[in-house]
Design a protein around this ligand. Structure first.
Ligand code: GRF
Length: 199
């Protein structure tokens, strides 16, 4: 499969996907990295891996739909068949999401359906949960609510702060995302209603 990765920042999950795709037996390759923010570290990572990358600044477009249309054009021009959102900090229009539904993954830093949205680690600490983690799910028009492929849990320690907890979760993200991409690329994901079934 040819994968397009959408990023906005640090790109550590992009790096995990690039590293996984570099293995000879991995069923996917990163065909294009797109950032909506110029100058971010994720673009350097794509460059270092020799992967095509471009910036599509959302500010250059009059509407969300116009920006998403350009994303769509760029992905199709690169022959992309699976899209991975990896720290991509823009909401996508329902038209774009529908066009890629079943072929678009997101990684979210909580055990969904707990803590959708932003500031997940702070909110997990405030809620006093003993388990936290990450989720890789298919993207549907409902934010952070699509069928779940993989979750990984980590303990919350009494002396955790946001940064320590985030680091523990991030380590799991870097394992979970390539595993989920492999499942999707190998056609081992079937969706029925809100659930994903893996074979
Ligand atoms: C990760 O925690 C991811 O789960 C969330 O945004 C963060 C991106 O980090 N969606 P990175 O850019 O992959 O390093």
């Amino acid at each position: 499969a040819r994968v397009g990765v959408l990023v906005s920042g640090r790109g550590s999950n992009l790096q995990a996907l690039l590293d996984a795709c570099a293995a000879a037996d991995f069923p996917a390759e990163v065909a294009l990295v797109i950032s909506n923010v110029p100058g971010v570290k994720a673009l350097d990572r794509a460059d270092a891996a020799g992967v095509p990358h471009r910036v599509i600044p959302h500010r250059d477009y009059p509407s969300r739909e116009a920006f998403d249309a350009e994303l769509d054009r760029a992905l199709r021009a690169a022959g992309v068949d699976i899209v991975c959102l990896a720290g991509f900090m823009r909401l996508l229009s329902s038209g774009f999401v529908t066009a890629w539904q079943g072929r678009m993954l997101n990684i979210h830093p909580s055990l969904l359906p707990s803590f959708p949205g932003l500031d997940t680690h702070r909110r997990a600490l405030e809620a006093g949960v003993r388990l936290h983690g990450c989720t890789v799910h298919l993207v549907t028009p409902d934010l952070d609510a699509g069928p779940i492929l993989i979750q990984a849990a980590v303990p919350v320690e009494d002396d955790d702060d946001e940064d320590r907890l985030a680091a523990r979760v991030l380590e799991q993200e870097h394992h979970a995302y390539p595993r989920a991409l492999r499942l999707l690329a190998e056609g081992r994901v079937r969706v029925e209603g809100k659930r994903a079934f893996l074979s």
